[in-house]
Design a protein around this ligand. Structure first.
Ligand SMILES: Cc1cc2nc3c(=O)[nH]c(=O)nc-3n(C[C@H](O)[C@H](O)[C@H](O)COP(=O)(O)OP(=O)(O)OC[C@H]3O[C@@H](n4cnc5c(N)ncnc54)[C@H](O)[C@@H]3O)c2cc1C
Length: 122
């Protein structure tokens, strides 16, 4: 990446504002804030992609459901049962390997069936 002629790495920077034009509807500029000096600068761009990272959105359940060190909710293998009986976890919050729509939907179906069974049979 560092050797690629079309990539420039800008360190210690946060996106402060994304601006553009209405006609044509387009992104044209990004304002960057230097996180060390707080100085603002601008760069001309044609688009912005936001990398959302891989931290699962599980902070709501911290201290309530058992998680691994990367904060994925732990479930019993072959099931969506969490550390709390009757609480089931499905999708990306408990899957650090596949993280796909179809696997999330599949585990959601497992959760629904397990919840139904839990409610019906205790
Ligand atoms: C850029 C990108 C591209 C992708 N491309 C593909 C692809 O091509 N094919 C593919 O199969 N998968 C793709 N995925 C992955 C796929 O989107 C996920 O695996 C899937 O959406 C996970 O489903 P989920 O239900 O577990 O989580 P999500 O879809 O993230 O749903 C979680 C929901 O919970 C809600 N929520 C969060 N916190 C709370 C709260 N406190 N209270 C109430 N609601 C809350 C959120 O608003 C959200 O609606 C992509 C993901 C990204 C980010």
């Amino acid at each position: 990446m560092f050797a690629h002629p079309k990539i420039e790495v800008i360190w210690n920077s946060a996106v402060d504002e994304i601006s553009g034009s209405a006609d044509p509807l387009a992104v044209t500029r990004v304002r960057l804030r230097d996180t060390v000096t707080q100085k603002m600068s601008q760069i001309s761009v044609d688009g912005v992609f936001v990398a959302i990272g891989h931290t699962p959105n599980t902070s709501l359940f911290e201290g309530k459901l058992a998680m691994d060190k990367e904060r994925y909710i732990l479930t019993t293998p072959g099931s969506t049962q969490t550390s709390v009986p009757g609480v089931f976890a499905a999708g990306d919050v408990q899957d650090k390997i596949f993280r796909q729509a179809v696997t999330a939907a599949g585990s959601g179906c497992m959760s629904a069936l397990e919840a139904e069974r839990h409610l019906a049979h205790g």
